[in-house]
Design a binder for this molecule. Structure first.
Ligand code: 5GP
Length: 184
């Protein structure tokens, strides 16, 4: 992998997908990896949000050495296939903290950005709007409590997602800074 690797992590409901989607629109020199998962597609979720696969297919891909990193998260597999970015582009991975830590071990120069919600209430609301039932929302909020200290300790940058505009501005500044450092 020749480009810079940017890893965006953060607990469920923090707005990562929206932030990353917007970042991709703003910077055409970024390439977004599409993860594999065994989770079911949510109602209304785009077909191409993930490569939705069976457990057998996922496990076969692990054995074949086809993942840069993979993990289990709330009972499902999630993994980043070995990236094949367009030459010259920098890579963006939107993954949870265990995966982020695996990427950092393999690529110490990877830039880890951890996004936090402004409050638990805001986070609960975002999770609920997305269509998860109450049990799943509670489960994800509990998981967030576990993930946050690990993510903060691991991260090169921590951003609180108060507003999309500010978060994108912060992200673009981080990307620009990393490109400057890489070109020295
Ligand atoms: P969700 O089910 O909400 O789409 O994703 C659950 C968590 O898995 C989120 O934190 C998301 O960022 C993370 N995730 C998505 N794709 C991957 C992946 O390829 N690897 C890892 N480690 N985590 C992922």
């Amino acid at each position: 992998m020749s480009g810079i690797v940017f890893v965006v992590s953060g607990p469920g409901g923090v707005g990562k997908s929206t932030v990353v989607g917007e970042l991709m629109k703003r910077d055409s020199a970024l390439w977004l990896s599409r993860s594999w998962t065994t989770r079911e597609r949510r109602p209304g979720e785009a077909d191409d949000a993930y490569n939705f696969v069976s457990r057998d297919a996922f496990e076969a891909h692990i054995v074949a050495g086809g993942f840069l990193e993979w993990t289990t998260f709330l009972g499902n597999y999630y993994g980043t296939p070995l990236p094949t970015p367009t030459p010259g582009k920098d890579i963006v991975l939107e993954i949870e903290v265990d995966g982020a830590s695996q990427v950092k071990q393999q690529h110490p120069s990877a830039v880890l950005i951890f996004v936090l919600p402004p409050s638990r209430e805001e986070q609960r609301q975002r999770l609920t709007v997305r269509g998860d039932d109450e049990r799943k929302v509670d489960e994800r909020l509990r998981k967030a409590e576990e993930e946050e200290p690990v993510g903060i300790a691991l991260a090169d940058h921590v951003i609180i997602n108060h507003t999309l505009d500010q978060t994108i501005a912060d992200m673009l500044a981080i990307v620009a800074q990393a490109r400057r450092a890489a070109s020295i």
